[in-house]
Design a protein around this ligand. Structure first.
Ligand code: AR6
Length: 167
């Protein structure tokens, strides 16, 4: 499996699935969630409503509607509360569930935003380490390419540092 980090708007990526950093309502919000709903159009919200929410650490898949991506996997990351409230386990669970869903649906490419590191306040370095480690551990399930889609230059630098260290 190829792991890469890029700086981009995730709504522009033509991969099998993009991951959304959602909240437990799955009814949209700000940040990447807002951008994905705006770009996908109203069909996405309608399908999200049918799920009736999603617990933290879990993920739900919908179609991509007007996005270039075929599917959206909505993952709910933890709110950072100092790191001793199960945040690392919950964040890892998000990435693992996304990879499991992608594998179940025979998807070959997936792109992740930096889940929990915006409004939810998770420190980027710690989050990136979990993201890379968890996705790498899911290799062999059929996903050929996983992209870490960073929005800022600083986030991308953190990912590149870690990817180069492990490689
Ligand atoms: N493409 C890629 N990354 C983006 C984009 C984009 N178009 N827009 C923002 N980011 P956040 P969270 C980055 O706050 O911390 C929402 O209201 C952003 O710079 O979107 O998991 C939800 O509804 C940051 O690096 O998600 C929840 O209530 C990363 O995406 C809550 O925010 C995640 O930041 C979730 O908070």
């Amino acid at each position: 499996m190829l792991l890469k980090a890029i700086r981009a708007d995730i709504t522009t990526l033509a991969v099998d699935a993009i991951v959304n950093a959602a909240n437990t309502s799955l009814l949209g919000g700000g940040g990447v969630d807002g951008a994905i709903h705006r770009a996908a159009g109203p069909g996405l919200l309608q399908e999200c409503r049918e799920w009736g929410g999603c617990p933290t650490g879990e993920a739900r898949m919908t179609k991509g509607y007007r996005l270039p991506a075929r599917f959206v996997i909505h993952a709910v990351g933890p709110v950072w509360r100092g790191g001793t409230h199960g945040e690392p386990e919950l964040l890892a669970s998000c990435y693992r569930r996304c990879m499991e869903l992608a594998t179940e649906h025979k998807l070959r490419s997936i792109a992740f935003p930096c889940i929990s590191t915006g409004v939810y306040g998770y420190p980027i370095e710690a989050a990136a380490e979990i993201a890379i480690g968890t996705v790498r551990a899911a290799a062999g399930g059929g996903v050929q390419e996983a992209t870490f889609c960073c929005f800022s230059a600083g986030d991308l630098a953190a990912y590149l540092r870690l990817l180069n260290k492990i490689a």
